[in-house]
Design a protein around this ligand. Structure first.
Ligand SMILES: NC(=O)c1ccc[n+]([C@@H]2O[C@H](COP(=O)([O-])OP(=O)(O)OC[C@H]3O[C@@H](n4cnc5c(N)ncnc54)[C@H](OP(=O)(O)O)[C@@H]3O)[C@@H](O)[C@H]2O)c1
Length: 254
């Protein structure tokens, strides 16, 4: 599927992996003016809402491509098809993820593994192929979504939190490995985001919204930063919380 307005892209495409993500779509809209945007998602034929939103934000063109992050063996072919058609990727945003059901995951190993597979294993697979391709072109920017849930894992959401902890460590190490290669990697650590993923849950203190997370992410990307906490105050708060004794920590809510 392809939708085009006037204008042509100045550089390589912006690709949102998990192209239906609320945060990912908001990021695409902010980066869109004059650019080619690719939304890579499951059920790619049903992306009318995000496509319309990103076109309205001024994209030169918005394309969609079928992408299931869990199908690790397909990642390289998806990247090949994007780069063959649109050129080397400028910005890759890994916006896919699932929260899962913590209480179910505590007794259903298949569910626990499914959460870790999407939120850690699939991200590691895609990041490895992406980094290899971008390195070969000495250019490209990668955005990874960690979470405060992974900074110090809490009892209340330890399955999702442990996947994010693994991802945060992998992404931080990969960022260092890419240093000096011309490729950069931004790790985003949002707190509780009021949106589709957390629907029905009571917002935690210092919550944000998808537009706020996207705004902070794009500002950090444009400034060439390596990490950003959203909101920024969560950084000192969570550094302090790391020092809490275990007996207190294990009682904290999600
Ligand atoms: N929302 C929060 O509170 C919060 C806080 C911290 C970090 N984050 C992280 O920020 C990122 C974006 O989250 P969001 O708030 O934008 O959530 P969202 O709107 O629920 O978007 C997540 C997207 O991931 C996609 N996805 C899940 N499994 C997939 C798979 N196997 N293959 C391809 N796509 C898949 C979903 O696609 P479908 O539409 O096909 O289901 C969905 O569109 C996630 O990594 C999330 O963990 C979110």
């Amino acid at each position: 599927m392809s939708n085009t307005t006037a204008g042509s892209a100045a550089t390589g495409p912006i690709v949102i992996f998990g192209g239906r993500s609320e945060i990912g779509t908001e990021i695409a809209a902010r980066l869109a003016p004059g650019r080619i945007v690719v939304l890579a998602a499951r059920r790619a034929e049903h992306l009318d809402g995000p496509v319309t939103q990103v076109l309205a934000a001024g994209a030169a063109a918005v394309h969609t491509v079928e992408f299931d992050a869990d199908a690790l063996e397909t990642h390289a072919a998806v990247l090949d098809s994007i780069t063959t058609t649109h050129g080397p990727i400028d910005v890759a945003v890994l916006a896919f993820g699932i929260l899962g059901d913590q209480s179910r995951a505590e007794t259903d190993p298949a569910h626990a593994v499914a959460v870790v597979h999407t939120d850690f294993v699939a991200q590691v697979g895609l990041l490895t192929v992406l980094a290899q391709r971008m390195r070969a072109h000495c250019s490209g920017r990668i955005v990874v979504f960690s979470s405060v849930a992974g900074w110090r894992v809490r009892r209340a959401n330890y399955v999702y939190g442990s996947a994010k902890a693994g991802l945060d460590g992998f992404a931080s190490g990969l960022a260092d490995a890419l240093h000096g290669s011309g490729v950069s990697l931004l790790v985003v650590r949002p707190g509780f985001v009021i949106g589709r993923m957390t629907e029905g849950m009571s917002p935690a203190p210092l919550s944000s919204t998808p537009p706020q997370v996207a705004g902070a992410t794009v500002r950090a990307l444009q400034r060439g930063r390596g990490e950003v906490w959203v909101p920024a105050v969560l950084r000192p708060v969570f550094f302090g919380m790391r020092l809490l004794p275990r007996a207190v920590w294990r009682r904290l809510p999600r």
